[in-house]
Design a protein around this ligand. Structure first.
Ligand code: GLP
Length: 261
């Protein structure tokens, strides 16, 4: 089962994940990170950037793969996930931009962009640690409900609910793309360690369904139950609908410190 860790807030989650990421990079200088966008992982990226600076960690060989991208936004659009990953991850951490890839949402190459991305991840030797958020609909990456649990990187149609949620980043809902390209659920499950973050009560139902619900394509987050090494880090509101909360807290409180997450 997933390990569930309840933390006070996103900053505490960020500190915990940054510890793991620093240890990973010290162990493997060319570690391959799976990078989520959205607001959820921002505190983690900030915590890691702080650690990199404070400890003068060499990240020059660290590689990264974003989870997803919109289809059809003009190159350089500030809300393209390429721009977000550059702004929130590559620049603050000082990563080599050539080593950080984002799936291409260019309509001209979309027919083979998914297969190209899969080939690039395979050539990198796979993803060591995949950071995940979760949408209110239960989506991970942009794998909306109904996505095949074996899916690989491909084009998807966004649900109206996701377009409405993401309209806050655009001038209006009409400006939110209708399609995206996303790592598939099968792609995500191939990463060696999954770290799913969720904060706030709007995520409580999706977190409970992902961790404790039946494994179902209708709840894409539930696919994490098929993975042998998953860490779910939530604040109390996001964890409030978990039935086994007391057990998770007991297990975390009694975990040997050397195990990490
Ligand atoms: C977005 C992204 C997901 C993200 C999710 C939650 O649509 N494609 O990768 O996890 O929705 O976003 P947020 O973290 O802003 O709540």
């Amino acid at each position: 089962m997933a390990e569930v860790v309840v933390v006070p807030d996103a900053q505490a989650a960020g500190a915990l994940v940054a510890d793991t990421l620093v240890a990973l990079i010290r162990r493997k200088a060319d570690a391959v990170l799976g990078l989520a966008t959205g607001s959820t992982p921002l505190a983690t990226y900030r915590a890691l950037a702080e650690r990199v600076r404070a400890e003068q960690l060499d990240v020059s060989a660290v590689r990264g793969f974003a989870l997803d991208e919109y289809v059809g936004l003009p190159a350089g659009h500030p809300e393209s996930y390429r721009a977000v990953i550059t702004r929130e991850v590559v620049e603050p951490l000082g990563l080599n931009p050539r080593l950080v890839q984002v799936p291409s949402g260019d309509p001209a190459t979309i027919t083979h962009a998914g297969a190209d991305y899969e080939a690039a991840i395979a050539a990198a030797g796979g993803i060591d640690l995949q950071i995940l958020g979760i949408g209110r609909s239960g989506h991970i990456g942009f794998n909306e409900p109904g996505s095949s649990l074996a899916s690989r990187t491909r084009i998807k149609t966004l649900t109206e609910a996701t377009r409405i949620d993401n309209a806050r980043f655009f001038a209006s809902i009409e400006d939110v793309p209708t399609h995206c390209i996303t790592q598939g659920i099968g792609t995500i499950l191939a990463a060696r360690h999954l770290v799913l973050l969720a904060f706030g009560d709007s995520k409580a139902a999706a977190v409970a369904a992902a961790v404790e619900g039946p494994v179902s394509a209708s709840q894409p987050g539930s696919a994490i139950q098929l993975h042998p090494h998953v860490t779910v880090i939530v604040d109390a509101p996001a964890g409030s609908q978990l039935g086994q909360l007391a057990y998770y807290e007991h297990a975390w409180a009694h975990k040997p410190a050397w195990q990490g997450i």
